[in-house]
Design a protein around this ligand. Structure first.
Ligand code: MG
Length: 399
């Protein structure tokens, strides 16, 4: 079997998604995904370029082709190249599963659990609205629920600044003192209203300084979070010790990690409890599986990133892998079967199954997914950027 073509499919049915198809001379093809929010055009170009290396190759040589694409560039790694490699790797695993006539999870060691535990995003503008939102997720069957107040970043976000005329559309403004004091009060409200057993978590979105994060993690201890997420910019890995020393709240990070090298020091020193990588942004199933092996002796569990900017094929790859690994924790869930994703389902018709808080990949050979290229052409790419966060005086908010 030889690879004959790598097709790049960039489409915007609801938001931008980037898919690939790897075609072979035997009619079997594989599908993958390399969506990277705000950088889809760059990844598409990287896939077109790296895909040329695969023409004429045996698609069953998953590991060797991974090494070829990773090492070919010399300036290897980084989010663009690793998302491109991830898209290609997923498609190669899809081909391998189709040739073996088995779902990919069977090739990774087989089922280690009945389903993949998921969490959903609850939110609102007040403690009571957040409580009602959490209850609605519980009613739908969710066992683990993220609770946020306000917009992107939580209670510290406001939609205006004290200085008239400085408010820029599309920009959020962050107030650390407000966020720090309101967040523990919100969780106190939720525990009083909802009891101790529901699993709750919270995302800091890297908005705080290390000492502020340590303070928050300590003040959240009485409310027993499942974990506190994205506590610091991950490049400041040494600052994780400040938070670790300050509290026993479980910590999760890694959604913008792109390789094993981002993870290793945090693993070796057991500075986190959950790792939020996912196959499509670390070079695919081949590398994500190795990262989870590195995590195992450090007793670190998976909590794969799964916001709606990771599409249904990337989601499927996360489910196949997390069905098999011993150190599984939880999967962030976007329900692509919901009504608001109807146009996306024209392009990727069969999102993975979810019921009573647990997700399952399809039993069809490979990843069990497909891409309708004609439907994708109906929805051309639209330029989009990530949200911008500033402080009240207009400074870009980044430590
Ligand atoms: Mg996050």
């Amino acid at each position: 079997m030889k690879i004959t073509e790598v097709r790049v499919i960039l489409t915007c049915p609801t938001r931008n998604y980037l898919f690939v198809k790897i075609m072979t001379d035997e009619g079997v093809y594989g599908v993958g995904e390399g969506t990277l929010n705000g950088s889809e055009l760059a990844v598409a170009t990287a896939i077109e370029h790296a895909g040329e290396l695969l023409i004429g190759q045996d698609p069953m040589r998953t590991e060797d082709l991974w090494q070829l694409v990773y090492n070919w560039s010399y300036w290897r790694g980084g989010p663009i190249f690793m998302a491109a490699l991830g898209a290609l790797d997923l498609a190669l695993w899809d081909i391998k599963g189709k040739v073996a006539n088995l779902p990919v999870y069977q090739l990774l060691g087989g089922r280690a659990r009945d389903g993949v535990l998921t969490y959903g995003h609850a939110g609102g503008g007040s403690f009571r609205e957040v409580e009602d939102s959490v209850r609605s997720f519980q009613e739908r069957g969710y066992k683990v629920i993220r609770a946020q107040m306000g917009g992107y970043g939580g209670t510290g976000m406001v939609k205006h600044t004290p200085s008239p005329g400085r408010n820029v559309p599309g920009t959020s403004y962050f107030h650390a003192a407000n966020y720090l004091t309101e967040t523990p009060k919100m969780f106190e409200h939720l525990r009083v209203a909802l009891g101790d057993t529901v699993e709750l978590l919270h995302d800091v979105h890297e908005q705080l300084a290390p000492i502020e994060t340590g303070w928050l993690a300590r003040h959240l201890e009485p409310y027993r979070l499942f974990y506190l997420e994205d506590i610091l910019p991950p490049e400041h890995w040494e600052s994780f010790r400040v938070v670790r020393d300050a509290s026993k709240t479980s910590l999760a990070i890694g959604e913008i990690f792109t390789s094993r090298w981002d993870c290793l020091r945090l693993f070796q020193e057991q500075l986190i409890d959950f790792i939020r990588i996912k196959p499509i942004h670390v070079g695919g199933i081949t590398e994500a599986r190795k990262i989870m092996v590195f995590a195992e002796p450090a007793q670190i569990r998976s909590a794969f990133h799964g916001a709606a900017d990771i599409g249904p094929i990337g989601q499927a790859s996360s489910l196949h892998l997390q069905l098999t690994i011993p150190n599984f924790g939880v999967q962030e869930w976007s329900d692509f079967n919901a009504a608001n994703h109807e146009r996306l389902r024209e392009v990727v018709p069969n999102p993975c199954h979810w019921e009573d808080g647990f997700a399952r990949p399809h039993e069809a050979p490979g990843l069990g997914m497909d891409v309708n290229e004609n439907a994708a052409k109906k929805y051309p790419y639209r330029r989009a950027f990530m949200p911008i966060v500033r402080r009240a005086d207009g400074t870009m908010h980044r430590y």
